[in-house]
Write a protein that binds this ligand. Structure first.
Ligand code: IP8
Length: 284
């Protein structure tokens, strides 16, 4: 089977977080163009995962889905304190809104001549205590056989313990990375900052970029990651934790500023270098 690269980009890059349901057209076009260039210039398979940005997060927050992974454990056994009609309405509203965003991503990828296909995780995934416990991936397998590009996203998912939860794009990425470990070369995580910094680089000029993070290094450093208030699934800290878990499993990843032209396409085509002058590599 062809080698696979999984690319995840944050909703904060492809949407404008300050406005409800607003696409950042420049960034979405740039990313899809990069993917188009890489797809034509290599023979690798791709899976794309994107986040919720101003489509998913404001709704999830308004409907009380904030930090659902954590509260899933606390609320185990209780179905929900909310009225079940409201729960269903909120679930459906978030689901259809995320489908709208996903459609825009897929349409833009198609414009850049890539064989992109939409996959909504809520339709074929089940969670347990806020984590995905099963995902029906046979259709994704068939896509990869034909070198088509499945495009998934953070979503609402039915949970066996608490009814419904939000699963982030990073959780989906993590599930798929483990599932396709045998053919996976590495994972690219696109954000709006150039990797992981010791402090928030947007407000602290003395913030230093970490070129490589390993599980040992993270234990030695007391890093301060900031989480934007609107992000219900937990910001950079959670991202690094997820990627460190993958690293322990032998899966390398890189966090990059995906808005920078040329970086994404080169990484997909050339593979992950030993050291890289941009971003942060996470490995064992
Ligand atoms: O932006 C969350 O995905 P994320 C998706 O990857 C929803 O955390 C529905 C808020």
């Amino acid at each position: 089977m062809r080698k696979l690269v999984i690319v995840k980009f944050g909703g904060s890059v492809i949407t404008t977080k300050t406005e409800r349901k607003a696409i950042n057209r420049r960034n979405l076009d740039l990313i899809c163009n990069e993917i188009g260039i890489a797809f034509k210039g290599s023979d690798k398979n791709l899976i794309i995962v994107h986040g919720g940005g101003s489509y998913g997060h404001p709704l999830a927050k308004r409907f009380g889905f904030r930090y659902s992974q954590i509260s899933a454990k606390e609320n185990k056994g209780k179905t929900t304190t909310r009225n079940s009609k409201d729960v269903l309405r909120h679930y459906s509203k978030i689901k259809t809104t995320m489908e709208e965003l996903n459609r825009k991503v897929v349409e833009t990828l198609l414009l850049h001549e890539t064989p992109a296909i939409s996959f909504h995780p809520s339709d074929f995934s089940v969670a347990y205590e806020g984590e995905i416990c099963s995902m029906f991936t046979d259709q994704i397998d068939l896509c990869l056989d034909k070198r088509e590009i499945p495009v998934l996203h953070g979503d609402v998912v039915k949970d066996k313990t608490v009814g419904t939860v939000i699963v982030s794009g990073d959780q989906i990425l993590s599930y798929l990375a483990k599932k396709y470990k045998d053919i996976l070369t590495f994972v690219i995580v696109g954000t709006d900052v150039d990797g992981v910094y010791t402090k928030d680089p947007k407000i602290k000029p003395d913030a230093a970029r970490l070129k490589v993070i390993t599980p040992q290094l993270i234990n030695e450093l007391k890093l301060k990651f900031t989480t934007p208030d609107i992000d219900v699934t937990g910001g950079m800290r959670k991202k690094v934790e997820t990627l460190l878990e993958l690293a322990k499993d032998g899966i390398d990843s890189i966090i990059i500023d995906i808005k920078q032209r040329g970086i994404l396409s080169n990484l997909i085509k050339e593979g992950l270098p030993q050291s890289f002058e941009r971003g942060t590599i996470i490995k064992k």
